[in-house]
Write a protein that binds this ligand. Structure first.
Ligand code: NAD
Ligand code: MG
Length: 399
């Protein structure tokens, strides 16, 4: 054991899929971890249950009404959490002096200010919220190096890459003889569907992922393969590897979580059952290894691992993400904002599945002269791109 002091953890997005898996790992190791802050957007009742179980010092809700609901639910009990609400409170708990580790597991751009606050405050930052890094790339990585924060990837692919890299890795692939990164992708629920049949898929079909149970937004992203596109951008920033040295390999079994190829021809992979508690436990205990409740990998049961090239004709979002990364500047932030708007519209049955990519491409074409050099300018760029994407949606509904 390298550390005996209890790690005080803030779980941002505690009611979500990653949040719940994180709390499961925390509950298995009360000698190592303590949840000192929990946050949720709207689910006050769920939050009250989590507060009763984990007894955090702070509980943050999305708005005043939800905070009042939570206070009322806790009033009759012996739970003493301080109930706060709003975006500033999220950033405050993320940077609080009594917090060592921040699990950034809010979905979408909404998680950026708090994730960045944790990075600026020099915390151990466990990053699940890939959209935050896609939006803020350089600014986020600079904040990490300036504050001395420790950034550990939770996304299973990036956690796998991290595990396959030398401990001394310094965000320079050539120094460590790294030839390329191979990000694996399950291919999502529509991997075998024809282009024509994708026309009328429903949100229910898109959210029924074959290997992972996740929040609705990332499930749709997996179905369009935008999730992999966002992950290519995420890998670029985390590991300092250019886009032409990040390849995507469709691997439907989701057993190999990603790979790193070295100059001598070696390819190192990390394998395991698809269960997010593995990367979560890895990052939480790093550099130790702890029990995560994940069952042993049975290779005889799996028997066969297969690989395919991604099909950008059926899944154009992957290509849009590479384009945005190559274009640089505000392009990835615009891509992300347009995707969030288009996915929400698809989930509300206001946009056909295949039009998600069209809305993003049209928004990227229109967005000009936007900047991403400060948190303020990133938030402005995000807002402007959302406006353009909504206008594109409206134009389509009129047509
Ligand atoms: P989810 O929808 O299950 O949970 C999202 C959490 O964020 C909830 O706790 C919700 O209350 C909170 N939230 C939502 N909107 C918010 C807002 N506007 N302000 C504050 N809080 C808000 O999502 P998830 O699947 O847990 O994913 C969370 C993040 O982790 C995403 O960025 C996703 O891409 C990433 N991720 C998830 C998985 C997975 O297996 N679920 C894997 C890799 C990466
Ligand atoms: Mg992933």
């Amino acid at each position: 054991m390298t550390e005996t002091r209890i790690q005080r953890v803030a779980v941002l997005g505690a009611t979500g899929s990653i949040g719940i898996s994180t709390l499961d790992v925390i509950a298995r190791h009360p000698d190592r971890f303590e949840a000192v802050a929990l946050t949720a957007h709207v689910q006050a009742e769920r939050m009250a249950e989590l507060c009763a179980k984990f007894r955090p010092r702070f509980a943050v809700m999305g708005d005043a009404m939800r905070a009042a609901q939570l206070r009322e639910m806790l009033a009759g009990s012996d739970v003493r959490a301080e109930v706060l609400f709003g975006s500033d409170a999220l950033a405050d708990v993320a940077a609080h002096e009594d917090v060592d580790t921040v699990m950034a597991a809010i979905v979408g751009a909404a998680g950026l200010p708090s994730a960045l606050a944790a990075a600026r405050a020099g915390k151990r930052v466990l990053l699940a919220n890939k959209e935050a890094l896609v939006l803020s790339g350089r600014l986020f990585m600079d904040a990490v190096s300036e504050s001395g924060a420790e950034l550990l990837p939770i996304d299973s692919e990036h956690n796998a890459v991290f595990q396959a890299m030398p401990a001394s890795y310094v965000r320079n692939p050539d120094k460590c003889g790294i030839r390329r990164i191979l990000l694996t992708a399950s291919g999502g629920p529509f991997r075998e569907r024809s282009l024509e049949s994708l026309r009328d898929v429903t949100p229910e079909e898109a959210c029924a992922h074959p290997n992972w149970v996740m929040g609705r937004k990332i499930s749709v992203d997996s179905a369009t393969m935008m999730n992999k596109g966002l992950e290519v951008i995420e890998a670029h920033w985390l590991f300092g590897v250019p886009p032409e040295r990040i390849d995507v390999v469709v691997h439907p079994q989701s057993v190999i979580h990603s790979m790193v190829e070295y100059a001598d021809g070696s390819v190192l992979a990390q394998l395991g059952n698809p269960d997010m508690r593995t990367p979560i436990a890895h990052a939480m205990a790093y550099p130790d290894r702890i029990e995560a409740g994940v069952r042993s990998l049975d290779l005889f049961e799996i028997a066969r691992l297969t690989f395919e090239r991604p099909d950008v004709r059926r899944f154009p979002c992957l290509d849009l993400a590479y384009q945005a990364l190559r274009a640089g500047g505000a392009a990835p932030a615009v891509l992300n904002a347009a995707n969030e708007i288009a996915v929400a519209a698809f989930l509300e049955r206001q946009l056909p599945f295949q039009a998600i990519a069209d809305v993003i491409a049209a928004t990227m074409e229109r967005a000009q002269g936007l900047s991403v050099d400060s948190l303020e300018s990133i938030l402005e760029t995000d807002a402007r791109a959302r406006q353009l994407a909504r206008a594109e949606l409206a134009a389509r509904q009129v047509r």
